[in-house]
Structure formats: C-alpha cells, structure tokens
Design a protein around this ligand. Structure first.
Ligand SMILES: [Zn+2]
Length: 429
C-alpha cells in the first residue's frame, strides 16, 4: 500500500522551510511546489524534519516479560517518540543468546513492530558471563545480528571479553559493554558520594564504570575490534573515552536522556522511580556528559528504555527494580538538555540520535539525510510545543517514567516508516 504525503513548510534539520514530498516509501522531492496529486497534505510550518530516530538500547521484554512490554507496545512507544528503528536488548526470558531466539524477536518485529526491530545478541550463554554464546550463528541468522551485549550485566571476565571482540571482528560486529565492575558494586543502590552516606544507601562508585571502560578500550585496540560503551554516566568515563578516541581506538559510546538531565539529588526522596543502573550521578557528571555529547566524544543518545510493572517500582527502594522508560520522552529531554542550552543544533541532534546510532548498529536504511531518494524514515517535530508528562498517557505497557509531572519542550507530530505514517497528529496510526 503506497501513501503519499506532502509535508508543507517543514524545516529539514532546522534549515529554512521547504516542502517535502514522500511517495513510494522514499523522499521524492524537496523544494517548493512539488507536484503532489493525491497527496495527504501535512501542515509542517514551524516543524523540524529529522531522519527517523534510531535507538541502540531498548528493552522490549519479549519473550518472557510481556507484563512489562511487548514488541508491539514497545515499538508503538518508539514510534510516538519519533523512532523508526530500535535495537532490542537480549536480557529477555529466555535470553536472546541463540539464532532461534534472535530470529523470534526479529520476526515479532516484522509482524507487530511499528518500527524496525534489530535484535542484539547476548555475548555469553544465558548472559551468565562464563561461556561465549553462538555469536556466529546469530550473525548468520535471518536477524543478521551485528551487535552483542550482556546488558544488565557486565562482561567482567577480561579473557571472555577479549575472545568476544576477536570473534565478532570477522563479521564487523561490535560488543556493547555494560561497564560495571561487579565486585565494586555488590549491593550498590545509588551513586557513591557524600549523599549516599547521608541517605544510608550503599554507594556505586564511579570507578566501577571507569575501570571497565579503561580496560575495554585497551582490549579493543589490542584486538582491532569495535567496542561500544553503553550508558556512560561519569565525568571520568568521558575523560577515558576522550583519550581513547584521540588515539584512534575503535570505541563508540552512548548516553541516556536521563543521565543528561537528572542528578542523584532526586534519590533523597527515596522514590524508586529514580532507581536506575547506572545510577543518577552528580551535576558535574551531567555537565561533562553534555559537553561530551556536544563535541562527539559520546557518539549517541540511547534510551535504555527499561519498562517495569507497577509492583516492581512502587515499593521500597531496596526492593525496587532498576530502570526507567524513555522512548516517548527522549527527544524532548534532549531538546531541553542540549538544544535549548545551545550545545547542539538540529543537525547535531540528527547526528547523535539517528546517523551515528545507525552506523554503530550497522542498520541499513536508517540514519540517512533528508534528501531525494532516501528511504522515508522521518520524524516531524514541533520544538515550540510544551507538555506536562502524564504517565497515564503513555502508550508503553509500563509507566515508570522519571519525568512524570515535569514540563518538557517539544512534541513529535508525525513519524514515517518507509513512507507510511506510524504517527500522525501525535497519535499512533
Ligand atoms: Zn545496561
């Protein structure tokens, strides 16, 4: 089924307004007065047109935890947030550690997905951290896995990490590391510092993240294989990445929206909505993360969308699950933290939320410019809007957003997946 849309007066990546014609799944024309017989006209005056966003780090929870999220509900949330592709983390039940499970997730994405779903494979069997999973079989499967991660847990064994890097090198794969030295973070509840002492919660030292990143950038360089660092959260991690990149090491990194906006002070409420892995850090860390994203030391924004059912979050701090939802609020949070502060323009946002994530994940058909002939994976965004986040309005199956009650700028007006509207007037189609 072919749909034709004329986006009238849109600003591609914030440039001067023009008309964009979407036809047969592609950007057919850019410029004034395109011939648009039969097109659905969308008034895009004042709206920024971005390449469809790409998330390197989404927990879709299926198979196994469909009470939290499914491929269908998670990708509806993604489309409402402006995403046209998400990479699904393998910490499902069972873990996505075989060709069979990654193919299952891939097919669920094709069947029910409101955006493209690219499964990430586990690095070790059952994410157990002791035996390498069938990386080659997952790469050769219909899912064509290129990114592997034990996310939720760190690949802490240096020998195993080295072997994984060596293995994926053959097919241009990448290991996405959840950098958390497990012995240094046993029982950890929040960022280690003065506040953790005051609150009586066990501290989660920055060095537990930084030590693993330091080790792994050295291993990646030694092996000559790509490592990607998930959810970087400390100023020290930024310094190590900056050093590694200055030497040309094969490392990329991501930061979450929540680590760009929120600080550990929120934990003083003991509200588990703010319990997350890695933990919220200090204002200085937030400043360092923003600067690093602005100068490209950190390549990408990734949501770490981690839906949890109410009973796992609305309980006492120690018992609560770690994680926050993020797909529906990511772009507004990035606008507030990065654009409204003058640190990034819309070209920069497109680069960090679409172009580079697509390149890191080796996702073809995503992360291109808004240009004639490109696949029409597009997001139409109103930066002048503002809204109060109401968890009840979320289309995710879970409600654990840390931004509830906050006023955020900007709203996604429309999302197009290969020319088909998945969102129009802010509503899933
Ligand atoms: Zn993680």
């Amino acid at each position: 089924m072919s749909e034709t849309y004329l986006l009238r007066g849109a600003s591609p990546l914030g440039a001067k307004p023009t008309d964009v014609l979407v036809r047969d799944g592609h950007v057919a024309q850019v410029g004034s007065r395109p011939s648009a017989k039969g097109a659905t006209v969308v008034d895009a005056a004042g709206l920024v047109l971005l390449p469809g966003l790409v998330d390197l780090h989404t927990h879709l929870r299926e198979p196994g935890r469909e009470d939290s999220e499914t491929v269908e509900t998670g990708t509806v949330a993604a489309s409402v947030g402006g995403y046209t592709a998400v990479c699904a983390m393998p910490n499902t039940l069972p873990a996505a550690d075989t060709a069979g499970v990654v193919e299952q997730v891939y097919r669920l994405g094709q069947q029910f997905g409101r955006c493209d779903v690219q499964p990430i494979g586990a690095v070790t069997v059952g994410r157990g951290g002791t035996k390498l999973a069938e990386l080659g079989a997952m790469a050769d499967s219909a899912a064509g896995v290129r990114m592997f991660s034990d996310d939720g847990d760190c690949v802490s064994d240096a020998v195993l990490m080295r072997r994984a890097l060596e293995y994926v090198k053959a097919f241009d794969g990448v290991i996405a590391q959840h950098a958390q030295e497990p012995r240094l973070t046993e029982g950890a509840q929040m960022n280690e510092g003065a506040l953790s002492g005051v609150l009586g919660l066990r501290g989660w030292p920055a060095v537990a993240e930084e030590a693993i990143i330091a080790r792994d950038v050295l291993l990646a360089e030694h092996v000559g294989s790509r490592v990607h660092i998930c959810h970087v959260s400390t100023a020290g991690s930024v310094e190590i990445l900056r050093w590694a990149k200055s030497r040309g090491y094969p490392v990329t990194a991501e930061v979450t929206p929540h680590h760009l906006l929120l600080t550990e002070d929120l934990v003083a409420s003991y509200d588990p909505i703010y319990k997350v892995n890695p933990p919220l850090r200090t204002g200085e860390d937030v400043e360092a993360l923003r600067s690093a994203l602005a100068d490209g030391t950190i390549d990408a924004v990734a949501t770490d969308h981690a839906p949890h059912p109410v009973e796992d979050k609305e309980c006492e701090w120690l018992a609560a699950a770690m994680g926050m939802t993020g797909l529906e609020t990511a772009l507004p949070v990035v606008q507030q933290a990065m654009v409204d502060t003058g640190l990034l323009d819309w070209v920069g946002v497109a680069d960090r939320m679409s172009v580079r994530p697509a390149r890191i994940g080796r996702l073809t058909g995503h992360g291109h410019g808004v240009e004639v002939g490109a696949p029409a994976n597009l997001t139409l965004y109103d930066p002048a809007a503002s809204w109060e986040v109401d968890p009840a309005e979320s289309v995710s199956r879970s409600r654990n957003t840390p931004f509830a009650g906050r006023t955020l700028p900007g709203r996604v007006v429309a999302t197009f997946l290969r020319g088909r509207a998945t969102v129009l007037d802010g509503k899933p189609q």
